[in-house]
Design a protein around this ligand. Structure first.
Ligand code: BGC
Length: 480
């Protein structure tokens, strides 16, 4: 039997970083102890997850399954001298962003002028025409607002780098056939089609002087944007609405790559490891994870992402609370209608709970009142804090497994992981928990002065990375 489990009731208190604020009645103490056991990922389990990760990555490099390990046609990291003016378009999980980026070179100097546009929720379940019309309208509006028409015209179009943060098969850098939607998107008519061509058509229909030069993934964007000024960059990782990473692979280690390239050439690989363990061999899934999967637009897909990414952490928390309500254990005699609405709680909610250092935890109390119209008792507050902790802790520890697997596979011992996304940048404890799990997996010595592999912030990764990749591509084509 697992030694972690033998520790029994005290174990969750030992593992928790929280100071106990209230005594719990035995039934809630028991609930917490069980939740803790279900969500806690012990060191041995981290090791077996990483081993399995490496196997699935190798398989993906051969066959594209179960992890896609997508070829991106980005052959090198930038030198920091890339120059020029570019548009960048970022279609991620939550926002639509358009940027005008001036690359000045000289060790990665640049300036960004950007605008954010709403992505109406109904678009996420609409059709391809609606999507691309909306995106092209945003581009047109940006060109107009920034008066770019004066400088760019049909014979001198502005080059565009398009960050499309979904799994895509690329035959070239300016091409990308969507493999499957992720992050709750379910737009008809894009899967199996070239998203770059669909966008190009919408741009042409509006006579916009824009030339799509590169379609990139946000992870590759984060890696390249960071490497533009930081030569220690080894990996680009997104820990946000979705989760994924990219790294540089040797072409000779990519059996599925059929192109005739020099033996020592490299290729950025977009792992798409949100799809890790879709065969359910190793990840510790709870009944809440199973429910999220079953009710998602693509059941059976993105297993790893559904346990660790920002889109789902709040939902796991909500489902666990609903379960306790239904078992008559919490919020008795209160109206729980809001709590019962799917995706009513986002990851920011969990971050705020974990960030709450107010006397008597008034922030958490106010949050429950304003978001869910619920007034938790002292023991209920204690319970929700610990629940937020175990869910976020599991997420951070699992996120470390993906990066550790790349490092082990590539024998990388030090460097910077350029991280972007709301979980990495906004969750108060993510970075610390991630680093602790990395140390357990990679066996970093205790008492070290600094961690050999660290998360660095790649906050403008998607925009800047797209511009730098477009600049590299134009140079490669001799058009710069
Ligand atoms: C997508 C990836 C993306 C990640 C982070 C996942 O759902 O499949 O392409 O890199 O989210 O945005």
């Amino acid at each position: 039997m697992d030694s972690e489990k033998l520790v029994g009731h005290d174990s969750w208190r030992q593992r928790s970083e929280l100071k106990a604020m209230a005594d719990l009645p035995p039934e809630l103490e028991d609930v917490l102890s069980k939740l803790d056991q279900e969500f806690w990922v012990p060191t041995e389990k981290l090791h077996s997850i990483v081993e399995h990760f490496i196997e699935e990555m190798e398989e993906g490099l051969s066959t594209g399954e179960p992890i896609p390990m997508n070829i991106t046609w980005v052959h090198s990291l930038p030198t920091g001298d890339e120059k020029g003016t570019f548009l960048a378009l970022d279609l991620g999980g939550t926002n639509l962003r358009v940027c005008k980026i001036d690359l000045q070179g000289n060790g990665g100097k640049h300036s960004i002028d950007q605008a954010k546009y709403k992505l109406p929720p109904e678009l996420k379940t609409g059709n391809a025409n609606e999507l691309w019309n909306h995106v092209a309208d945003a581009l047109a509006q940006f060109m107009e607002e920034k008066k770019l028409g004066a400088e760019y015209h049909e014979r001198n179009p502005v080059p565009l780098g398009f960050t499309f943060s979904y799994p895509a098969t690329q035959d070239r850098i300016d091409h990308g056939v969507l493999q499957t939607w992720t992050k709750g998107f379910d737009i008809d008519g894009v899967e199996g089609h070239n998203a770059a061509a669909q966008l190009r058509e919408a741009i042409t229909a509006r006579d916009l002087p824009i030339k799509l030069v590169a379609l990139i993934n946000d992870t590759v964007g984060a890696m390249v944007a960071s490497a533009y000024s930081d030569p220690e960059t080894i990996i680009g990782g997104i820990f946000g609405t979705g989760c994924n990473a990219a790294y540089m692979e040797d072409c000779k280690s990519i059996p599925k790559l059929k192109a005739d390239l020099p033996r020592d050439s490299k290729m950025a690989i977009n792992c798409e490891y949100g799809a890790f363990d879709n065969r359910h061999r190793v990840l510790p899934r709870t009944k809440y994870d199973e429910q999220i999967d079953e009710e998602s637009p693509r059941p059976g897909e993105q297993t790893f992402e559904k346990l660790s990414a920002g889109l789902y952490l709040g939902e796991i928390f909500r489902l666990a609370l609903v379960d306790l309500v239904e078992r008559g254990l919490i919020f008795k005699d209160q109206d729980t209608a809001k709590l019962k609405k799917p995706y009513e709680i986002d990851t920011g909610f969990l971050s705020q709970i974990e960030d709450d250092e107010s006397t008597h935890l008034t922030t958490t109390r106010d949050l429950f009142q304003s978001t869910l119209s619920l007034s938790p008792s002292e023991p209920e507050i204690e319970l929700v804090r610990r629940l937020a902790e175990v869910i976020a802790m599991r997420g951070a520890r699992l996120c470390a497994c993906g990066v550790a697997a790349i490092c082990k596979k590539k024998r990388i011992q030090k460097g910077h992981v350029a991280a972007d996304g709301s979980v990495a940048n906004k969750h108060p404890k993510f970075k610390k928990r991630w680093a602790e799990a990395m140390a357990e997996i990679l066996g970093w010595e205790e008492g070290r002065m600094e961690d050999p592999i660290v998360l660095t912030s790649a906050e403008d990764g998607s925009g800047l990375g797209a511009a730098v990749i477009a600049a590299m591509e134009l140079k490669r084509r001799g058009e710069a």
